[in-house]
Design a protein around this ligand. Sequence first.
Ligand SMILES: [Zn+2]
Length: 322
Amino acid sequence: MLVSHLQLNNGFSRACRNRQQDFCCLFLHDEPPSLSDISPRDKPWDKHRNNSDKVAKHYAGSDFHRYSERMTFCSELLDFTLKPIDDESYALKLSSARFCRVRHCPVCQWKRSLVWKAKAYKVLPQIVEKYPKHRWLFVTLTQRNCKITELRETIKLMNDAFKRMTKLEDFPAIGWLKSVEVTRGKDGSAHPHFHCLLMVPSSYFGGNYLKQAEWVAMWRKCLRLDYDPILDVQAIKKGSQPMQLVSELLKYCTKESDMTVDREWLLELTRQMHKLRAIATGGVLKEYLKALEDEPEDLIHVDGEEKEAIATEEDKTHLFFG
Ligand SMILES: [Zn+2]
């Protein structure tokens, strides 16, 4: 193998530097190549990096100017190692990079989600093996949109309500994973909601089954609302694994298009979400999935097998509910 290492400048308008003569062929373009030119499977880098530039621009000159500075250098230099695929071809594997770790940086948010997904893919089969008869529900809990300036308080109330719900006798799950998503309403409001994976005993589908209306009533009571909130409950088919829900559960806290469209909304979102935890686990799932509650230290290495699983799973457009 002639070439073992390549360093790419990931600021796409800047010149790419090659550390090995053997790579000159890659740089005979009129324009510096984007990462996806060289490694098509890394196309998402381009998209997230472009959105990071937009978010950094919004932060520039604001209370969060220092985030803007950090984001400018986020993942600017990526070190890749060449891994042989067969006798004639190689694939690029990220070996080192510097990430800014700003919470709302699209690149870091994406990498964090990949690491979380990889961890979940590794652990969920162990849980299924230990609890083979248990079933899985995917529940989305919402309430009416709030002002973006009231987001923090609203999420806190929702967290308290969720805690109350898990303590109710009627609450059927013995383990859960909950993630927070915030979307932007067209009128500039905020729509915080929870995506939850719940593990229930098989008896849930016998005498302990809760109808949709009963779930709504329970959530309404716990959240102390004077209206019926929108709530969605889906059961995963018997015998199907919960892994199919990972992409929906651990995707992102706020989608990139919502963060780039409105500067003032992003700045307030940043203030409101400061140090609020995005993922919580409980019950018997806590011991398996607790690591997902923390910011991953390593944003670079996603093990091969899990990464393949993520790639396959991201291609899926259908979830298999029964
Ligand atoms: Zn970053």
